[in-house]
Design a protein around this ligand. Structure first.
Ligand code: ADP
Length: 625
């Protein structure tokens, strides 16, 4: 089922549904028609059976009338009592002339011996006889014994006759039989006539059979009846049977055959079922045709519909496939304004979003790649710079170590003092660099401890006033410090702030020629407190920009004014320390005129009471001297 094309998946349920509904409807309609046909069939059968029975009743009356006529003929009683056969034969002549279709007309004496016997065998041929003993026939015996009329089916050779016997009475009441009259009609002839009389033009479409009480067929005409079962014969009710006899399907209705009020045998009326059921067959065929046409129509309409839908779906499928294979420029055509059109628009929107996010991702990946490459480059440069910076003090140390170990080299006391200064200076320079590098690494990795607290800047600066002045010691530089006491309380790390201010003042001292001036000021600006270190030094070229804050960066062509050491790490560290306290550090400068370095720190939000500043361990050691 999964691999079936969509058209079939849509069609099969419809076809199955119409097949099931159609078949069920067809079955119910055919069943209804068929039960109606059976009712019609039964009604027709019943009508014909009634016609046949009334015909037989008519024949019965005819033979009764004949028997009465014969028995009551003038002189008949006397002639029979006298046993005069000739007289009886003569008397019967008038009856035979009147009732020409009688097949049997017999007059017997009181012992049942025929005085005149007229039997018609085939056609109109009659045989006349006398002297036959009729008493063996049960109806004759009954009549002669009881003096009552009796009727029944009588076998006569191969023939069966519907027979009635009437007594010829010696006196009127009670009747003392002196003889009897036996009148009969051929059952086969009655059957044939009854069939003819039962209302239909041809005999081929019906049949009538007369059975005795044992079920043996006695006479029949027309189409053969279904052989009766015991129930059909014993019951006094009408019994209806459907069966195939010979080539055709027939229905037989069994009805009791009564003569003179008592059961004489069974009458079986038979008709073929085909005419009644042909309309049902026709209806069934018409239904089947309608069902097939409806199914074909549904399949045709459904397949057209499915094709129409598939035609719109196919571009969507191929667009989806193209997108799946990475062609993000693929778009589905919007062919209609229905749900499929909506779907196509949705696919296109999705593709656009996908394309945008992929290109955004590519951009970000390339940016990140560039960033990573830049960081790698910087790291390499950083290590190259470290190595380079370490070389000079290391070279000084090594040279002095070599000279100390050289016995041929004469070492004066003065040389020893100088050498000791050089070795100590280089060692301190190396130590300062290592400290700065470690500090930078800590900041970069986020492991630096910043201990923020509410501070009054004037207290911090007052505390380091002598250290600031000490940096300019031995030079003709003038140092001014102006930090108002009413500045707002700030939120900062006391030691880190000292470190930053000393670094900026140290730089100002290093890059300001003799006779210059250095000022440390502070002011409140927009919710911040700004600290400014201004000098009248060599200045910084405009194109240097923020590279000055890169580790190991030194302005080309700028040298320290009094031979101080320079590592290029001070400003990098200072900026990161200010930022770690939530502030920022920047500078302005004019080459040849001086520079102004400035950092700001946020005010303390709580404005809480500032605790008295206590003496703190000086951290000037962190700054390279
Ligand atoms: P260092 O002073 O040890 O070289 P810094 O990071 O403190 O390292 O400074 C980097 C560079 O910036 C210095 O080498 C110098 O060229 C320049 N510079 C810093 N401060 C000043 C200043 N006040 N005036 C002129 N140039 C300065």
């Amino acid at each position: 089922m999964r691999s079936l094309p969509l058209a079939w998946k849509l069609m099969i349920p419809f076809a199955l549904l119409i097949l099931v509904v159609g078949s069920l409807g067809g079955f119910l309609i055919v069943r209804d028609l068929s039960s109606r046909a059976q009712t019609t069939l039964y009604a027709s059968l019943l009508g014909r059976s009634l016609d046949a029975r009334s015909f037989i009743r008519d024949r019965e009356l005819y033979i009764l009338e004949s028997a009465n006529l014969s028995a009551n003929l003038e002189g008949m009683r006397q002639a029979v009592a006298d046993g005069r056969a000739d007289a009886v034969t003569e008397l019967l002549r008038s009856v035979r002339a009147l009732k020409t279709d009688l097949d049997l007309l017999v007059v017997t004496d009181d012992r049942g011996i025929g005085l005149a016997e007229s039997v018609r065998s085939t056609g109109t041929k009659r045989s006349a006889a006398r002297g036959t003993s009729w008493r063996a026939k049960s109806i004759v015996a009954t009549v002669l014994r009881d003096g009552q009329k009796s009727a029944g089916l009588m076998r006569l050779g191969k023939r069966t006759l519907v027979t009635l016997a009437a007594p010829i009475c010696a006196a009127a009441t009670p009747c003392t039989p002196t003889g009897s009259v036996i009148v009969g009609l051929d059952a086969k002839g009655i059957a044939a006539s009854a069939v003819e009389a039962s209302g239909s033009p041809s005999q081929g479409d019906r049949g009538l059979a007369i059975h005795d009480l044992n079920g043996d067929p006695l006479a029949s005409a027309g189409i053969a009846a279904i052989p009766p079962g015991a129930a059909d014969l014993s019951s006094d009710r009408l019994i209806h049977r459907l069966a195939r006899v010979g080539q055709q399907q027939v229905a037989t209705l069994y009805a009791p055959l009564e003569l003179q009020g008592s059961r004489a045998g069974t009458l079986a009326m038979t008709i073929p079922t085909a005419p009644a059921f042909s309309s049902v067959r026709g209806a069934a065929v018409r239904l089947a045709v309608i069902l097939l046409v409806a199914m074909a129509g549904i399949v045709a309409i459904g397949s057209l519909l499915a094709r129409y839908i598939l035609r719109q779906l196919r571009p969507l499928v191929s667009t989806n496939r193209a997108l799946g294979f990475g062609d993000l420029s693929a778009r589905a055509p919007v062919l209609a304004d229905d749900e499929l059109g909506e779907l196509a628009r949705g696919v296109n929107l999705m593709a656009e979003a996908l394309e945008a996010s992929v290109s955004d991702l590519e951009l970000r990946v390339s940016e990140r790649t560039e960033e990573v490459q830049r960081l790698l480059r910087e790291r390499t440069e950083f290590f190259a710079s470290i190595s380079h910076e370490f070389r000079t003090p290391l070279a000084v140390l090594l040279r002095h170590a070599e000279m100390l170990g050289d016995p041929t080299y004469t070492k004066s006391t003065r040389w020893n003092n100088e050498a000791s200064k050089m070795v100590k200076g280089s060692g301190l320079q190396l130590l300062a660099m290592v400290n700065d590098i470690l500090e930078l690494a800590k900041i970069e990795s986020g492991r630096i401890d910043i201990d923020l607290e509410p501070l009054r800047l004037a207290d911090v600066v007052d505390e380091m006033r002598s250290t600031i002045k000490g940096l300019a010691k031995g030079s003709s530089l003038k140092v001014g410090i102006d930090v108002p006491r009413d500045l707002p309380v700030i939120n900062g790390d006391r030691l880190r702030m000292r470190q930053v201010i000393l670094n900026l003042v140290d730089n100002a001292v290093k890059y300001t020629p003799e006779g210059g001036r250095i000022d440390v000021d502070a002011a409140a600006v927009n919710g911040h407190v700004e600290v400014t270190v201004t000098d009248t030094g060599v200045g910084i070229p405009a194109d240097v920009g923020d590279r000055i804050f890169d580790p190991f960066y030194r302005v080309e062509g700028t040298t320290t004014q009094r031979g101080q050491a320079s590592s290029g790490l001070g400003l990098a560290l200072a900026r990161r320390l200010v930022e770690a306290q939530g502030g920022r550090l920047w500078f302005t400068s004019a080459p040849g005129e001086g520079s102004m370095f400035r950092f700001s720190l946020p005010r303390d939000p709580g404005g809480i009471e500032v605790r008295q500043l206590q003496d703190a361990t000086p951290h000037e050691g962190r700054k390279n001297q």
